[in-house]
Write a protein that binds this ligand. Structure first.
Ligand code: MG
Length: 391
């Protein structure tokens, strides 16, 4: 049984679609650390970087209306973007006190409060923002995808990230995932350019018409190495993603190749998208929810890209069921022709952390049609020791 305030708040929340609405307040923010091991044992990408077990953070936002929302943040180790797993929790301990008493359903205002309370650190803010979209959806009794712009089609297309291994192993893995239904593959290259050329060639040889291949160097090549690779695979139908560390170096490669070009690590906000558009620096941009700071800002970037005619990969740095659900709502609410591809991270990891999360079928995914994110974290996690409790 709740207090009178919770009861009144609960009724107010339930009937917000009627003519009155009482502001809702965040009363508590709780976070749990969750280990997510990988089915393949580990994941390797450019420069010898790898992760064996992902360190994820599940975040719960509670309100005075009795409505609860969930978000999750999971950096791809500490050397992919300027983010790290313990940083999510450390950042939340700084940020969360400023959010108690704020209305979780007023997402623009809430993001302003977060930006005023903490400069930068978008990956810390993302799980809070996502949890508040979950609250908003539950209050509105609508799936987040409907609130993010509308739900397009039955489902949407996924890619499979292919961990960096020998060309032969990568071609074998692509063949295996192809048999599971995937039709888009993102090869982790950015290693020795001569081996990368072989990786691209051997994988391209096992693909069928209609499949799409991306060679993602994850900033791993210098300009001269990138130029050698793009020239050596000129006859292959392959997209080149983020070849070099600096934006200017990527742009230089882009201007000297006719392969379709994807920007990822260099694009983490609206000004960067506008600059990329001005320079005609990319055909596809990779928008990750935690790189932009949550669904609110990822949606703003997504809508801008639609206006500019830029296709997108919509995803996150990694995660489990809650991240996968958030990605699904963003991807499913994107006009189909603009969604280049998306990801189902929950199928890469051995541990499920929530009921109701979307599950891949034939290389495709659909956002849940239940209110909010449509997921419910498992009791075994919620009953565990929290890493953080504020409120
Ligand atoms: Mg990438």
């Amino acid at each position: 049984m709740g207090t009178i305030q919770e009861l009144v708040g609960g009724l107010a929340g339930r009937f917000r679609i009627l003519s009155f609405s009482i502001p809702m307040k965040i009363t508590k923010i709780t976070a749990w650390q969750v280990d997510l091991p990988l089915h393949e044992g580990n994941y390797k990408w450019s420069g010898g970087k790898s992760v064996d077990v992902f360190d994820s953070t599940l975040v719960r936002v509670e309100t005075d209306a009795g409505v609860t929302g969930y978000g999750e943040a999971c950096p791809l180790g500490p050397v992919y973007l300027p983010s790290y797993a313990k940083g999510v929790r450390a950042g939340l301990s700084e940020l969360a006190p400023a959010l108690i008493g704020e209305d979780p359903t007023q997402l623009g205002k809430l993001n302003q409060v977060m930006d005023q309370a903490m400069k930068g650190h978008p990956y810390v803010k993302a799980p809070v923002d996502v949890a508040c979209w979950d609250v908003l959806g539950k209050v509105a009794n609508l799936p987040a995808s409907d609130l993010l712009g509308g739900t397009y089609g039955e489902d949407f297309v996924l890619y499979r990230a292919i961990s960096q291994q020998s060309p032969e192993e990568m071609a074998r893995n692509v063949q295996g995932y192809r048999e599971e239904g995937y039709r888009r593959f993102q090869l982790k290259v950015g290693g020795d350019p001569d081996v990368d050329i072989e990786r691209i060639r051997q994988v391209a040889a096992v693909l069928q018409p209609g499949d799409k291949l991306v060679a993602d160097a994850n900033t791993g090549w210098l300009k001269h190495e990138a130029m050698r690779v793009v020239r050596a695979v000129r006859d292959v139908d392959v997209y080149i993603e983020q070849p070099c560390l600096r934006y200017e170096d990527c742009l230089s490669v882009r201007r000297n190749t006719d392969h379709p070009f994807v920007m990822d690590e260099s694009i983490d906000g609206i000004p960067e998208i506008l600059r990329g558009e001005q320079d005609l620096a990319m055909d596809v941009v990779n928008i990750k929810i935690s790189k932009f700071g949550g669904l609110t800002k990822a949606r703003q970037a997504r809508d801008l890209c639609v206006s500019l005619g830029i296709a997108m990969t919509l995803e996150d740095t990694w995660g489990g069921d809650v991240v996968t659900a958030a990605i699904a709502h963003l991807a499913h609410s994107t006009p189909t022709e603009f969604l280049f591809t998306s990801t189902d991270f929950n199928s890469y990891v051995t541990r499920s952390i929530a009921h109701g999360a979307p599950q891949r079928k034939n290389g495709r995914l659909a956002a849940p049609r239940t209110p909010g994110l449509g997921i419910e974290p498992m009791e075994e996690i919620l009953s565990g020791e929290p890493a953080l409790e504020v409120g």
